[in-house]
Design a protein around this ligand. Structure first.
Ligand code: FNR
Length: 381
């Protein structure tokens, strides 16, 4: 098989290797999936200025995100069930990110636990927190993230209740899960995936089972999670979590200028302009189209990051040009993981780095730190 050249190539391979219900879980948005599509499509509405006869030697993509060195302005976004794209998925992705020199963010809803990931990495990673009603559990997670030397806590704000994803419901990925003969058929047709899964014991939610009160197996887990997301989450909760954590705090899921101003006042270190990859409020604007407004509102007060729809290094460059200090990829690395395990995550990062580097040069820039709105010809949002 030839080497994947694009993120779309990795997606095609992942579709072949991963059972449909888990591939669909990654490749889905809420309701009509309009916002999911807009996240990707709106990048093509940003046009770049082509420049010539400028010195393009000695280029650098290196930067920092929330104080952490990054070999390029890209981090791996937190993704739940990452370990169902490939056995031990979070551990593999964390190692790939570490070797590549970019931050990795572990989701609360991961298969491998905080301790699993800490056991295979030597540099600090980031931990993403969902605020559950069970505050003892939240305190426990924060303490475990500290003990694992996590260097930033990312608090996700846009999932107080769950946006409905039709594909997941049709595939029986609900709480409680509905297993049917179709799942058996899906698994039977993906033997390589199944063989990998048989080799690992990590198949449940590693951060939750055995740590949250009365959650000891899959069935108690599914009823627990179904009622644990907290619809009453407020800025006061952000304040106590910030205090309890005491380190770098990143607020994820900001898509509105007013919320961005409140986030800047909260004392957090960074915000992520994000609509959860189009998985929550279908009908919301794309992340890239909201970025300039949010940067104009708070860019001088707080570091602004972006995720949603990045499928190439060119997309990263456009986001940086519009004011993002850094970006995150979700599905691109999940496709890589599903397709080829750790090597697939590295391939996704390599594809993005190469495209970003060449795009930056053709825009007449040598250092990502100097990329600003001057490289944009026009935006057509
Ligand atoms: C996510 N996302 C997410 N976000 C979060 O804060 N905690 C989580 O557990 C998850 N889980 C999750 C699972 C899957 C399968 C996807 C695709 C996404 C959202 C994620 O962090 C990020 O915002 C989006 O993935 C970014 O969009 P792209 O890069 O996937 O287009």
């Amino acid at each position: 098989m030839s080497k994947p050249l694009t993120i779309a190539d990795l997606k095609t391979r992942a579709r072949r290797r991963v059972p449909k219900m888990f591939f669909d879980y990654a490749d889905s948005g809420s309701w009509t999936e309009g916002t999911y599509r807009a996240n990707e499509e709106d990048f093509s509405k940003v046009k770049l200025r082509q420049r010539v006869l400028v010195d393009m030697t000695n280029r650098s993509l290196a930067t920092t995100m929330a104080g952490q060195d990054a070999s390029m302005p890209v981090a791996l976004a937190p993704t739940g069930l990452c370990g169902m794209q490939h056995a031990d998925g979070e551990m593999l992705a964390a190692k790939a990110a570490e070797e590549f020199g970019v931050p990795f963010t572990l989701s609360t809803m991961s298969i491998c636990s905080i301790e699993d990931v800490a056991s295979v990495t030597s540099k600090p990673f980031w931990f993403q927190l969902y605020v559950m009603k069970d505050r003892d559990f939240i305190n426990n997670l924060i303490d475990r993230a500290k003990a694992a030397n996590c260097s930033a806590l990312m608090l996700t704000l846009d999932l107080q209740i769950l946006g409905q994803r039709h594909k997941d419901l049709r595939n029986g990925l609900s709480a409680p899960p509905k297993w049917t003969v179709h799942h058996g058929i899906q698994l039977a047709t993906k033997p390589f995936w199944c063989m990998d899964m048989l080799r690992t014991k990590r198949r449940g939610f590693g951060n939750i089972v055995g740590h949250a009160k009365n959650v000891s197996d899959l069935s108690s887990l599914s009823s627990w999670t179904a009622e644990q997301f907290d619809p009453q989450l407020s800025w006061k909760d952000v304040a106590w979590i910030k205090e309890r954590w005491g380190g770098k705090l990143i607020l994820k899921g900001i898509l509105d200028e007013e919320d961005a101003r409140a986030a800047a006042e909260s004392g957090a270190d960074a915000i992520v302009v994000s609509n959860h990859g189009g998985r929550q409020l279908d009908g919301a604007l794309s992340s890239i189209s909201m970025l300039p407004r949010i940067v104009d509102a708070v860019g001088d007060k707080i570091e602004v990051h972006l995720d949603g729809g990045i499928r190439s290094g060119q997309d990263v460059l456009k986001a940086v040009a519009l004011g993002a200090r850094g970006t995150y990829i979700g599905r691109p690395y999940l496709y890589g993981l599903g397709a080829m395990g750790k090597a697939g995550v590295t391939t996704a990062l390599e594809i993005i780095r190469k495209e970003m580097d060449v795009t930056m040069a053709l825009c007449g820039k040598r250092d990502i730190q100097t990329v600003d709105r001057s490289v944009i010809a026009e935006t057509r949002f």
